[in-house]
Design a protein around this ligand. Sequence first.
Ligand SMILES: Cc1cc2nc3c(=O)[nH]c(=O)nc-3n(C[C@H](O)[C@H](O)[C@H](O)COP(=O)(O)O)c2cc1C
Length: 190
Amino acid sequence: MRVLSVNGSPRPQGNTHLMLQRICGHLSKAGHEIDEVCLEEMGIAPCRACMVCAEVKDGQCHGHDDACNGLLDRSRAADVILLGSPVYFGSVTGQIKAYMDRVGFVSRVTDQFLARKIGAAVVPARRAGELFTFAQLNMWFLINGMVVPGSTYWNVGHGLREGEIAGDQEAMVTLDELAKNILWLLEKLR
Ligand SMILES: Cc1cc2nc3c(=O)[nH]c(=O)nc-3n(C[C@H](O)[C@H](O)[C@H](O)COP(=O)(O)O)c2cc1C
């Protein structure tokens, strides 16, 4: 099955990437197809509330001429969507928020294509704000009718500089256990 891994950090190889990779490594090993997205590299602008998606209902975003429509197609095609965002001032990054608003809104005003996909979030932080940010990402899954597997702890970790998250052993075990639960769910869906 297909996994879309969405990195909302402006650092393509940073801690968010490492957390997403930790999960994707297990899913890929089990034979699932991984589609990786780094939002910073795509330059996805925020939703401008033009509402054309709700009028035209063609499953596309008409608000900006950027890469969002390709991302909409990739999101629609996925069975699992992984969202990763570092904590920025106690909250998600602007990059991931733009994805959530635009893809979530198009899904809601059309055929709810996000419903019943599996969703899981990962959040690195230097020190604090990780649970609020984790909750923000999970709220998006839940309002879109997605199924959210858990782990043995919340999927958060601590590190400041790029790569430091690898030293958070408890976070790595949490991600390994999360991957097992995603695989279990995928097996039920297959
Ligand atoms: C603009 C900005 C705001 C940040 N705000 C917070 C914060 O509120 N709490 C925190 O613990 N870390 C904060 N951080 C640190 C990052 O969350 C942390 O370095 C994280 O590991 C970065 O992940 P990345 O390597 O995937 O970008 C902030 C970093 C930046 C650049």
